[in-house]
Design a protein around this ligand. Structure first.
Ligand code: C2E
Ligand code: MG
Ligand code: MG
Ligand code: MG
Length: 283
């Protein structure tokens, strides 16, 4: 009957919702467990000088491992971490691991910077400065090797607070980059007041820039804007030689993407780095 169908339909949707809530809850528990037991993994994606093709830095990206030792994407658990407040301890662990690595690379003769993603809640955390000072002390990483990636949306929260916070962080000697530039809602008048060093062009514009005139023009405009603000420009999601060439011609200095390398586990990254520094002309 219609009533029966209606009820079945209702049950179907409700079952579905219940399942996704359960999955979410299960993932939150796993995440909490991983944080408490220090089981998060950090992978590193190299950034290249588009002209010289030297590695200039690496972005630290968090991963979780499941029962089968497969990596779980942050796209799945970062939103859960943000909703549950776990993002702050998660971010702090990634920061410590990334700085530990960069200090090690430096010690082994590979002076490259490391960038760490900072979520809005972490940026708003009044303890952030103290945590960074503590991590730099503990790892002995010189501050200019650390870069924080903050999205424009996180920066546009409370403008006065952002300005103060950025000055304080800059005062530590670290670098600040605006992540996913072009996808948030930034106000250009505020942007020029912010003490930032780097602008990362969101990969959504880069991926299709040679097939889509609009994307090409957006990339070009972001580069001009970055240059007029004296910022270093990094393009994300560089997948082809043609994109790298076009970006370089437009004045972008640094590229990151699958063309060069996917994010790598620390051992793989070390091997990659060693071969790149030993044979700088072959990379
Ligand atoms: P994001 O910070 O913009 O990082 C860049 C993402 O683009 C990474 O995805 C990277 O693997 C991917 N990517 C790099 N090159 C290419 C390419 O050529 N093609 C394509 N298709 N993708 C490329 P991932 O590692 O899955 O991270 C996704 C997002 O999760 C990050 O975007 C960032 O917003 C967030 N995230 C990752 N780790 C952390 C973390 O430790 N803390 C916080 N708060 N967020 C993080
Ligand atoms: Mg990033
Ligand atoms: Mg990004
Ligand atoms: Mg992104």
């Amino acid at each position: 009957s219609a009533k029966q169908e209606g009820r079945n339909r209702f049950c179907f949707f409700s079952g579905d919702l219940e399942e996704s809530l359960l999955q979410r809850h299960a993932l939150e528990l796993k995440l909490r467990h991983a944080i408490e037991n220090d089981e998060l993994i950090v992978v590193y994606q190299p950034k290249f000088n588009l002209k010289t093709k030297n590695i200039v830095g690496a972005e630290a990206l968090v991963r979780m491992v499941d029962e089968n030792n497969q990596l779980i994407s942050p796209v799945e658990f970062i939103p859960i971490a943000e909703d549950s407040g776990l993002i702050v301890p998660l971010g702090n662990q990634v920061l410590l691991k990334a700085c530990t690595q960069a200090a090690k690379w430096l010690k082994e003769g590979m002076p490259i910077s490391v960038s760490v993603n900072v979520a809005a809640a972490q940026f708003a955390d009044p303890d952030l400065e103290a945590i960074i000072i503590e991590v730099l002390n503990q790892t002995q990483l010189p501050p200019h090797y650390l870069e924080l990636e903050i999205t424009e949306t996180a920066l546009m929260g409370d403008i006065n607070e952002t300005q103060t916070k950025l000055s304080v962080l800059k005062g530590l000697g670290i670098n600040i980059s605006i992540d996913d530039f072009g996808t948030g809602y930034s106000s250009l008048s505020y942007l020029k007041k912010f003490n930032v060093d780097i602008m990362k062009i969101d990969m959504s514009f880069v991926i299709d820039m040679l097939n889509n005139t609009h994307d090409y023009e957006i990339v070009k405009t972001i580069i001009l804007l970055g240059q007029s603000l004296s910022l270093t420009l990094i393009a994300e999601g560089v997948e082809t030689e043609e994109q790298a060439q076009a970006l370089m011609e437009l004045g972008c200095g640094i590229g990151q993407g699958y063309l060069y390398s996917k994010p790598l586990r620390k051992k793989e990254f070390m091997t990659f780095l060693e071969s790149a520094t030993k044979n700088p002309n072959e990379t």
